[in-house]
Design a binder for this molecule. Structure first.
Ligand SMILES: Nc1ncnc2c1ncn2[C@@H]1O[C@H](COP(=O)(O)OP(=O)(O)OP(=O)(O)O)[C@@H](O)[C@H]1O
Ligand SMILES: [Mg+2]
Length: 470
């Protein structure tokens, strides 16, 4: 993870450096072009104005063009060195003293200029020594119709040196900016990735016993904040599920150890001396009851584990509600009679739900078992089926003391026993309601304890008409 983060940091830094370098190069090129164009333009303006000054001093004597004031000037009035030459129509050249351009160059420039109707903008050539010069050629119509050409030129080697220096300066400055920017990006990337690194190191150092820890990093409420929040949320969920797993395992082993210890002491006591066949039979009957109790609990635990793993798949068929309730009541009557309570059914004659009959029987058995245990002798447990908008409500109502308010929030948790009755002759393991709810949910339904009005508890099982996937 650390190496991965280092890689991300380098990649972020390089990406930033690349974008910065491209931006700076583009800016440099634009700046250089603007500077060069401005400087060359200013130099060209000087040439054009010098050409115009010279033209105003030129005389045309019978078609022969001549500069009246003697030699052609070698500089402007402002003292800028500008050389001039006039290439006459017949090809003869008069020029300023020390002309840098060769006659051949002047002649060829004049020949090109004569072909144009308007003067070309100043352009650059190299003189005989290879020095760059800016040249402006102005064709002059003589009175004889032939055309002479005035050529003014100035050295631009200084200008080019200055531009080259500016370019070098820009390059060095840009390089420094890219280096500084890259270092800054590296630092920033490190700072941005710091929470991620902290999350990674927390995750690495977490052991099963440290799930209470959280990533504590100050981050703005952006994507990073969301990441930290999500990670801490995940830790909280992990902590909760580890805790419930731990409690579940502890409770399960506790619940299984008790009957085993009881059976063992009963066996030891019995084997301590010789017994009559009747006594042996009684012990075996006791043991059978214990084994039944334990296997019921193991069976419930296995089913809950399957529900936890999402493997509780009801084999649904169409089930007539009234028939199902009457059949269940009939099945429970012998037990109810032995508990001196009645089981009554109230349901419309037609109507069905889609449910797995075996699983639904388990839910009803647990609810009726609970109800017949809690309802006082001589009262009735009522099974009431009623269609609702989205499906069917099946209520199991008794007339007992109800569920104490303190026990209600945890009633559907595993091993929850409201009456604290650990005496196993009246109480089960406390798994029945947890499993019943898991079965209801696997059908896309719900199981809840209704608010108590008057005496007794009412558990409501809701099954949707068309089961939605749980
Ligand atoms: N109708 C009821 N009236 C009052 N208390 C109830 C009623 N039904 C359940 N309870 C309380 O809820 C607890 C949990 O019920 P649950 O069916 O989950 O477990 P159990 O009946 O104790 O054991 P198991 O069903 O696993 O054999 C019961 O121990 C009891 O205290
Ligand atoms: Mg029960």
């Amino acid at each position: 993870m650390r190496r991965l983060l280092a890689g991300t940091r380098i990649r972020l830094t390089l990406a930033f450096a690349a974008v910065l370098a491209i931006a700076i190069v583009v800016a440099d090129v634009a700046l250089y072009l603007a500077l060069s164009r401005a400087e060359t333009g200013a130099a060209a303006d000087v040439l054009v104005s010098q050409a115009n000054t010279i033209v105003s001093g030129i005389e045309d004597v019978n078609g022969e063009v001549r500069f009246g004031a003697g030699d052609l000037p070698t500089e402007t009035q402002q003292g800028v060195a500008v050389e001039a030459a006039i290439v006459a129509a017949d090809g003869s050249i008069s020029q300023s003293p020390g002309q840098a351009l060769s006659n051949a160059t002047l002649t060829s420039i004049a020949a090109t200029a004569r072909t144009k109707t308007t003067p070309a903008p100043p352009f650059s050539v190299r003189d005989s020594r290879g020095v760059p010069r800016l040249v402006y050629a102005l064709p002059l119509q003589t009175t004889q119709g032939a055309s002479a050409v005035l050529i003014v030129s100035r050295s631009i080697s200084e200008l080019q040196t200055a531009l080259n220096q500016a370019l070098l300066f820009l390059a060095v400055l840009s390089l420094l900016a890219v280096v500084a920017g890259t270092l800054l990006a590296h630092t920033l990337a490190g700072r941005i990735l710091e929470p991620v690194r902290r999350i990674a190191s927390t995750a690495r150092s977490l052991s099963q016993n440290e799930l209470h820890r959280r990533v504590e990093v100050e981050v703005p409420p952006d994507e990073l904040g969301e990441l930290v929040e999500t990670f801490n949320g995940m830790l909280a969920r992990l902590e909760a599920s580890f805790e419930s797993l731990r409690r579940f395992t502890a409770d399960a082993s506790h619940e299984l150890r008790n009957p085993l210890a009881l059976m063992r002491s009963e066996l030891e006591g019995t084997l301590a001396r010789a017994r009559t066949p009747g006594e042996y039979q009684q012990v075996l009957l006791d043991l059978e009851a214990e084994v039944e109790h334990m296997s019921r609990m193991v069976d419930q635990l296995l089913m809950l584990a399957r529900a936890d793993a999402g493997a509780l798949r009801p084999a649904e068929t169409n089930l007539d509600v009234a028939d199902f309730l009457h059949e269940t009541a009939a099945r429970w009557r012998p037990v109810a009679d032995s508990r001196h309570v009645q089981v009554d059914v109230e349901a419309p004659d037609s109507g069905s739900v889609r449910a797995d009959p075996d699983l639904l029987r388990r839910v009803m058995d647990n609810l009726i078992d609970n109800a017949t245990r809690h309802t006082p002798e001589g009262t009735a447990v009522e099974l009431i089926g009623a269609p609702t908008g989205g499906g069917w409500n099946i209520d199991v109502r008794d007339h007992g003391p109800g569920v104490p308010a303190a026990a209600r929030p945890v009633l559907f948790e595993r091993f929850a026993r409201a009456d604290g009755a650990r005496a196993r002759d009246t109480a089960g393991a406390g798994l029945g309601l947890a499993l019943s709810r898991a079965i209801a949910e696997s059908h896309g339904g719900t199981l809840q304890l209704l608010d108590q009005n008057g005496s007794g508890a009412t558990f409501r099982l809701f099954l949707p008409r068309v089961p939605s996937s749980p």
